[in-house]
Design a protein around this ligand. Structure first.
Ligand SMILES: [Mg+2]
Length: 225
């Protein structure tokens, strides 16, 4: 079995910064004043880590992580308002075709490996109509480090399919490549989000792409091994 572990933001879809908008509204509400969003770089980061960085650097309240649960909870409350308000979001090229083409295949399984909290991940995927393609996922709830989310994904994949399961991590940043390698996955890097093609190549993924190829080419490359 080949388990495809998909990243969400920058890989499957682009929310037109709905996540950032919800995040900043939550942070400013709890902070009690405006904050500088331009100081926040989110690509490849996990939501729990973004909370810590927001508290340390944006709110300038270093180490006051007892605020984090409120911040994350408020973000999840605001996200469903922001997703439809940001009208230029989209599902990336060839993603829908690839999800559809491989869903019935008996040698592939779609799953998620994401820095999003599970609730936020579900909201984003449901808003863009692709939630039902995924059998399961490894999310960032309680796991600030992406490598730990990848470990959770490997453990779930092995419990479903045994130790010989083949993992493919598909993501848009060097952090996706790093976490995939940490769990012995083949890494597929797409330059559709947080990094350029050249930046991704520097991190030596198994396959680097400008964007996801057509479903048939994608499946053929993975089946040839
Ligand atoms: Mg991403």
């Amino acid at each position: 079995m080949k388990v495809l572990l998909w990243d969400i933001d920058g890989t499957l879809l682009n929310t037109d910064r709905a996540g950032v908008c919800a995040w900043m509204e939550a942070a400013e509400e709890i902070h009690g004043g405006p904050l500088d969003a331009s100081r926040l770089t989110l690509a490849g980061m996990t939501d729990p880590l973004i909370a810590e960085i927001t508290i340390d650097d944006l709110m300038e309240r270093p180490g006051e992580y007892e605020i984090a649960p409120r911040l994350l909870a408020r973000y999840l409350e605001l996200l469903p308002d922001w997703l439809p308000r940001r009208g230029n979001g989209f599902v990336h090229r060839n993603v829908l075709d690839t999800l559809e083409a491989l869903a019935p295949a008996t040698d592939f399984e779609h799953a998620l490996l994401t820095g999003n909290l599970e609730d936020g991940a579900r909201q984003k995927l449901a808003h863009y109509g692709i939630l039902d393609f995924f059998d399961w996922g490894a999310f960032a709830d309680g796991l600030p480090l992406r490598r730990d989310i990848a470990r959770r994904a490997r453990s779930e994949a092995e419990s479903r399919h045994g130790e010989n399961v083949e993992l493919y991590v598909i993501g848009d940043t060097p952090r996706d490549i790093d976490c995939g390698k940490a769990v012995g996955a083949r890494t597929i890097a797409v330059a559709t989000g947080g990094a350029t093609f050249d930046e991704l190549v520097e991190h030596d993924p198994w396959w680097a792409l400008d964007h996801l190829p057509a479903a048939a080419e994608f499946a053929a490359r993975l089946r040839e091994g």
